[in-house]
Design a protein around this ligand. Structure first.
Ligand code: PRP
Ligand code: URA
Length: 208
């Protein structure tokens, strides 16, 4: 069964208060989403495997550890893009794939419009990134698309989830661990997370 990990840290709490606030402007919202992206990356990657390498320091030879596998970051467009720079700041060697999905406003079902993944997905640890886990439809569809192209070692990285989305994602992909900062109360009648932070894509990019 999928592990659900809720990441707690005072700095993340502080930044969540900023992005939840409807008075926060686009620039500040984007900066804080990215900064939370950097902070959660420590927890998401805590158990990544390492392998020993010999390194020559200015003094002598020693054995150090490096990541055993590549990391691929796959944001779900658009809102997932908001966390990519922050994650890549701490994993600068990560390759990046993109999956374009939007929710049909009437059915709330995801509509796929773009998939481009690096070849490394076959053997990499893949971080599927989307700040919002609402109905779970987008994350399930994105992970379906990655698995269909050979991806196996997948983690979902979000900010705000809700019980409905966690249930849908963990049932569809029990092998995918789910990392979130907050599990909010519920979805409202139009599929928004309550209390949530509104439409994350619109707030990141200044649309609407
Ligand atoms: C939002 C959000 C997620 C999705 C989550 O995308 O960025 O991708 O909804 O909802 P779900 O769990 O119910 O599928 P949206 O459709 O608004 O597209 P956008 O990011 O391009 O604005
Ligand atoms: N997508 C968002 O951007 N916000 C929500 O609350 C739900 C889905």
């Amino acid at each position: 069964m999928a592990r659900v990990v809720i990441i707690n840290h005072p700095l993340i709490e502080h930044k969540m208060a900023i992005i939840r606030n409807k008075a926060t402007d686009t620039k500040t919202f984007r900066e804080n989403v990215n900064e939370i992206g950097s902070l959660v990356t420590y927890e998401i990657t805590r158990d990544l495997a390492t392998r020993p390498v010999e390194v020559e320091t200015p003094i002598t030879k020693t054995v150090c550890q490096v990541l055993a596998k590549e990391v691929v970051i796959v944001p779900i467009l658009r809102a997932g893009l908001g966390m990519v720079d922050g994650i890549q700041l701490v994993i600068p060697t990560a390759k990046i794939g993109h999956i374009g999905l939007y929710r049909d406003e009437a059915t709330l079902k995801p509509v796929e419009y773009y998939v481009k993944l690096p070849n490394e997905v076959l053997n990499a640890t893949i971080l599927v990134v989307d700040p919002m886990l609402a109905t779970g439809g987008s994350s399930v569809a994105a992970i379906n698309a990655i698995k269909a192209r050979g991806g196996k070692d997948i983690r979902f990285v979000g900010l705000v989830g809700c019980p409905e989305g966690i249930k849908v994602l963990s049932e569809a992909h029990p092998d995918v661990d789910i990392y979130l900062v907050k599990v909010d109360e519920r979805l409202n009648e139009v599929g928004y997370i309550v209390p949530g932070l509104g439409d994350c894509g619109d707030r990141l990019f200044g649309t609407k």
